[in-house]
Unconditional design. Structure first.
Ligand code: MG
Ligand code: MG
Length: 243
């Protein structure tokens, strides 16, 4: 899972480095697929439930599951969510990050920063709670995101990850501390706050995949696959150079 995670993270780095005005989300997706295949791995998302891309690339009010397209051209001020998985020797990674195109608004940057920090609040809750439960993660994420003036998407949640992309348990980004399944060493989870600028309500696009905010405001996403160990939480999809 460490190797699958590292390849996943490197693919996100490859994508980040090509984000600029004028690039299409299809061009980014092609590079991601080539990179993952070059590593001897497979893009986990390609063909998953019929998904046509190697990555989900979601722009601005698109929350998740954006289909890469040669018609989607990035422009200055956009925020882009890159969500990738690499399948390697029977295991998959799953990770997402949000990047700005050129100069972005202060509010967009704050949304990205709060989303990332909410993830780390979730990790801290696991590490600092004596017998942590899944609800401790969601509680910490929600407290931080909402006290920063943003909202937490309810309809989509994190999950177990391992041989399969989506395994039990579900890992909501909201909840009650001390509730839900026990978190114990050996578990591998994809923790992934999806944080909105306005309402937490979302709606699905007619393409059958894309999910957008109901009010058209911005959304940010930050995800790592993590392993729970006796010595703490290992971020399997975090590499140097990636915030
Ligand atoms: Mg993901
Ligand atoms: Mg995920």
């Amino acid at each position: 899972m460490k190797t699958a995670g590292r390849i996943t993270a490197e693919a996100i780095l490859v994508a980040r480095d090509m984000i600029r005005e004028g690039v299409t989300t299809k061009q980014i997706d092609d590079k991601i697929r080539h990179y993952i295949e070059k590593c001897g791995a497979k893009p986990t998302f390609l063909g998953y439930g019929g998904f046509p891309g190697s990555a989900c690339i979601s722009v601005n009010d698109e929350v998740i599951h954006g289909i890469p397209s040669d018609k989607k051209v990035l422009k200055e001020g956009d925020i882009v969510k890159i969500d990738v998985g690499a399948f390697w020797h029977g295991f998959t990674g799953d990770s997402a990050n949000t990047f700005g195109v050129g100069k972005i608004s202060k509010e967009a940057q704050r949304l990205i920063d709060v989303t990332r920090e909410s993830f780390y609040r979730g990790i801290k809750a696991i590490e600092e709670t004596e017998h942590p439960r899944i609800g401790d993660i969601g509680y910490a994420v929600q407290q931080y995101a909402e006290s920063s003036g943003f909202s937490v998407v309810r309809k989509y949640v994190g999950h177990g990850v391992g041989h399969e992309l989506h395994e039990d348990p579900q890992v909501p980004n909201y909840g009650t501390a001390g509730r839900g399944p026990r978190i114990y060493p050996g578990m591998t989870l994809a923790i992934e706050p999806m944080i909105n600028q306005g309402t937490y309500d979302v709606k699905e696009l007619k393409d059958g995949w894309g999910v957008v905010t109901a009010d058209g405001k911005l959304s940010a996403h930050y995800e790592h696959s993590v392993a729970i160990t006796d010595d703490g939480v290992i971020l399997l999809t975090k590499i140097d150079g990636l915030e």
